[in-house]
Design a protein around this ligand. Structure first.
Ligand code: SF4
Length: 223
């Protein structure tokens, strides 16, 4: 465990944290890390992001190659019927609803080049919320309009002490308020990777964590 400053009260400890400065090394650590979904273009990412909600990235990665061999682009996907998709994604949690959303998206967009890259246009698509839109915009390398908050971020950020928000939307707002826009694109995935590898739901590996010196949870449990 790294040495923690022995502040008399938690407010002073938290005021001490300049989160933009604190989180910079974390972003540097994970900047080149590939997204856990094994996609090869924005069309594939969009489909996989929709499928992965309430399912696991590993499960979606496993079924994606056969799906994309059959439907290599949005144009082919837009001609499919729901029953055509069942052999490929029938075991995905929420198949019926997700297949309906994806077919609706494919019918509206028709071609990969029409996939939008703004928050407003992405969240207008069925099955795409702010979390998915932030992921797609990051991978499309357009300017971020928000911060990706997934289940890992929802667990790690309160432990760090940045925000105690219980919903993704509120936590995203809190993070946007304390971090400059140039960090928005990468910081969500960086915190998510920390959650996947180090700040696990049970037995977080504090001694390996590069943020332990600035972490409220660590400070409380160490004092
Ligand atoms: S110090 Fe521990 S609780 Fe804090 S972010 Fe790191 S692993 Fe999580």
């Amino acid at each position: 465990m790294q040495f923690l400053p022995n502040f008399m009260n938690m407010d002073l400890f938290m005021e001490h944290n300049d989160w933009a400065k604190v989180l910079k090394p974390l972003i540097a650590k994970y900047k080149e890390e590939k997204h856990p979904l094994d996609y090869h273009n924005i069309y594939q990412l969009m489909v996989m992001v929709v499928l992965s909600a309430q399912d696991s990235d590993a499960h979606i990665n496993k079924l994606a190659p056969a799906l994309f061999e059959k439907y290599p682009a949005m144009k082919a996907f837009s001609k499919a019927e729901k029953h055509d998709l069942e052999p490929f994604i029938g075991k995905v949690r929420g198949f019926d609803k997700k297949a309906g959303w994806l077919l609706e998206i494919a019918n509206a967009l028709k071609e990969d080049k029409n996939i939008p890259t703004t928050m407003k246009d992405l969240v207008a698509l069925k099955g795409i919320g702010r979390k998915s839109a932030n992921v797609i915009m990051r991978e499309a390398e357009v300017k971020a309009e928000g911060i990706m908050v997934d289940l890992h971020v929802l667990r790690v950020v309160p432990r760090l002490g940045i925000s105690q928000a219980k919903t993704g939307d509120k936590m995203e707002k809190d993070l946007m308020a304390v971090l400059p826009q140039e960090m928005w694109s990468d910081v969500g995935m960086a915190i998510s990777f920390l959650g996947r590898e180090t700040c696990r739901p049970t037995n977080p590996k504090h001694s390996e964590c590069i943020l332990s010196e600035h972490c409220e949870y660590c400070h409380i449990h160490n004092s």
